[in-house]
Design a protein around this ligand. Structure first.
Ligand SMILES: *Cc1c(COP(=O)(O)O)cnc(C)c1O
Length: 363
């Protein structure tokens, strides 16, 4: 076995113990005589898996009882439409913060549906090198919700604070930071996240929604997008993404075994701290993100020379450090260091960065 350090932004690394556990029960789960992939989602074995997944996630994130936890399909991108379709009827209008590509897409999707949506803050003119300061007076008092993307995967920024929205529900795309540290769920109306960054393989999207927000769906709501229907059916209105949910359960189990999200926060701070400390100590690489908005999960940097950036990514890959190329829309490098990335992986990256800088002086 020759596993590399995989810095992919998503789908991304999964913890080795999780993969090994899945492998050990791939062909035959417990005494069921079949794989989880072959099981009826209505079987007692599967009911236990999805039930455990939910209770473990509730425990990990300390999710209050007045929130529903849904395991859905369609990725975070489907929620870009589901959010307005489920919530806009509250008041008829909604506000958005555009702090990167995904929040821009969420905003456009709501616009496309013909709704009265307003971008109340953006950092586009600064190439999204930080997240905007959002205060209560910026939000329309009759907005149905405020939508933010908590961690901007592509630019490597994160909200260092939870915007105060008063009584207006805060909706957050947490695809690339969920489970990376404790977060006060009660400050949010809705949290959603595609699994393939920090939770499980692609295929399942988690939606955490406060009970009182389930009653505003559009009249002609597509059933599959309606949170209330999914909540009433335990995420099994139709066939759920069974295997991805099972994998998520194994990841939750792994996290609980390590000590939960407080422990992950410490580990993630240590990993990101090592990389940022190196970036700040030298001038060969430039970290474009403003310090106060730095993401702990996605660390972006450039050499300032596109050819060198390209060479960096390809030589790093040869050295067993894969997928360091930045997003195709921004270039440069990006190291995604989610929960599954060990500290040693970041150490290896920093050692490689030092070698590369020494071997490739800038003209
Ligand atoms: C990856 C990502 C998305 C898109 O997720 P899909 O599951 O591919 O739809 C949306 N938002 C954020 C923050 C992401 O990182």
């Amino acid at each position: 076995m020759n596993r590399v350090y995989n810095f992919s932004a998503g789908p991304s690394m999964l913890p080795l113990p999780v993969l090994e556990k899945a492998a050990s029960e791939l062909v035959c789960y417990g005494d069921s005589g079949m794989s989880v992939m072959e099981m009826s989602h209505r079987s007692p074995d599967y009911e236990a898996i999805i039930g455990d997944a939910e209770s473990m996630l509730r425990k990990l994130m300390n999710i209050p009882d007045n929130y529903k936890v849904l395991f859905l399909q369609g990725g975070a991108s489907t929620q870009f439409a589901a959010v307005p379709l489920n919530l806009i009827r509250r008041t008829g209008k909604a506000d958005y913060v555009v702090s990167g590509q995904f929040s821009g897409k969420a905003f456009k999707e709501a616009q496309k549906l013909g709704y009265d949506v307003k971008c109340i803050a953006t950092t586009k003119e600064d190439n999204f090198d930080h997240v905007p300061a959002v205060t209560r007076d910026m939000i329309r008092p009759d907005a149905a919700y405020l939508h933010i993307c908590f961690n901007n995967t592509i630019y490597g920024t994160k909200f260092p604070y939870i915007p105060d929205t008063g009584d207006i529900p805060l909706v957050a795309d947490m695809s690339s930071c969920i489970l990376s540290e404790p977060v006060d769920v009660s400050r949010f109306g809705v949290i959603y996240a595609g699994a393939q960054k920090n939770m499980a393989p692609a295929g399942v999207t988690v939606v955490i929604v406060r009970d009182d927000l389930l009653d505003y769906a559009e009249e002609k709501m597509p059933t599959m997008l309606e949170w209330k229907t999914m909540a009433e059916n335990g995420s099994m209105y139709n066939t759920p993404p069974c295997y991805s949910i099972y994998m998520a359960k194994l990841v939750y189990e792994w996290l609980l075994g390590l000590g939960g999200l407080a422990e992950m926060k410490q580990r993630n701070e240590k990993k990101a701290g090592l990389l940022y400390a190196y970036l700040d100590s030298q001038s060969y690489y430039i970290a474009p993100v403003k310090k106060e908005s730095r993401s702990m999960m996605n660390v972006t940097f450039v050499t300032g020379n596109a050819d060198l950036d390209k060479k960096f990514a390809s030589e790093a890959a040869k050295a067993g450090l894969k997928n360091l190329k930045g997003h195709r829309s921004v270039g440069g490098m990006r190291a995604s260091i989610y929960n599954a990335m060990p500290y040693e992986g970041v150490e290896a990256l920093v050692a490689f960065m030092k070698r590369f800088a020494a071997d490739n002086p800038k003209a």
